[in-house]
Ligand binder design. Structure first.
Ligand code: SF4
Length: 287
């Protein structure tokens, strides 16, 4: 956007000025979209951990979240093919283990097209931080059903209602071996910041799912509203904290998504340190 008569630096958030390429602003999210909230949370986490564009790389897949974060970071950005974000991140982290990697992916990119790579990143306990924006639908490509779309939901490819069970990504991440696993809503600002910080600080694969409102596709097709406030209310009505869930019956928990911190393991090593241990051992044996 052209600066309409003034000093652009004065009109932008200090964190955006510090970390984001101004020539790429404003981002392309629709009005009312939750992606900007999550990017903001990420910048706060980076700032509080004193990360810099020099020591941190953003990696993106394909989808609304990835399109928006692509080339935005002042440091290195890598854009992977659809679903291949963790394959690319694996190569990057193995070759430059000294850098931090923040991987932005969507529910379609991560759980559907990239499901295989996601499983193996968890299994290998790859030391990167994955933030999955879950809008419950394919947003960028026109509102098609995703593996996270609720049962019964109308989308452009399920005009009579979705007959598939949605995938619970945090359960998949835990079962596959991720070290840190959390799920929040885009409006759980402090919790999202805290989880991203923990994810960056945790050795091993960190997975933070954020339920992100999408007025343009999920709102329009599934909830029959483009009003972000109504969509946020729907998320409020359909989520429950892990603590509250302990006192609820299976019937009460039906159709509810659990939010909270699901796993924080510090007892597992990962493929990156084992790879470099092996290289050092072989080099010393050959010296
Ligand atoms: S289509 Fe949905 S997820 Fe994509 S930018 Fe628009 S509101 Fe956000």
């Amino acid at each position: 956007m052209k600066n309409q008569g003034g000093d652009l630096e004065k009109t932008i958030h200090p964190l955006a000025a510090k970390y984001l390429r101004q020539e790429r602003m404003p981002h392309m999210a629709c009005p009312g979209c939750g992606i900007g909230q999550v990017v903001h949370s990420t910048l706060i986490a980076c700032d509080e951990l004193a990360l810099t564009p020099e020591n941190t790389v953003w990696v993106q897949g394909v989808g609304c979240s990835s399109r928006i974060t692509y080339t935005l970071w002042k440091g290195d950005n890598i854009d992977a093919h659809h679903g291949r974000i963790f394959a690319v991140a694996t190569g990057l982290k193995l070759s430059r283990p000294d850098l931090n990697y923040i991987c932005f992916t969507g529910d379609g990119d991560c759980m559907s097209i990239g499901g295989n790579h996601f499983l193996h990143a968890c299994r290998r306990n790859l030391d990167v931080t994955a933030i999955m924006f879950n809008n419950g639908i394919y947003g960028m490509t026109g509102g098609q059903v995703a593996p996270t779309t609720p049962m019964g939901a109308m989308t452009t490819t399920t005009p009579y209602g979705n007959i598939e069970d949605p995938m619970d990504s945090v359960q998949v991440a835990m079962a596959a071996g991720a070290s840190y696993v959390a799920r929040w809503r885009s409006t759980d600002f402090r919790q999202v910041v805290s989880s991203i910080k923990k994810g960056i600080q945790t050795k091993g694969f960190s997975f933070i799912e954020v339920l992100t409102q999408c007025p343009t596709q999920f709102g329009r097709y599934v909830l029959k509203t483009g009003d972000p406030i109504k969509i946020l209310q729907w998320y409020k009505d359909h989520t429950v904290t892990l603590k509250k869930a302990e006192k609820m019956t299976p019937e009460e928990l039906k159709d509810k998504m659990l939010i909270g911190e699901f796993a924080h393991r510090t007892d597992r090593t990962g493929v990156v340190e084992r790879y470099w241990d092996m290289i050092k051992k072989i080099q010393s044996e050959r010296a």
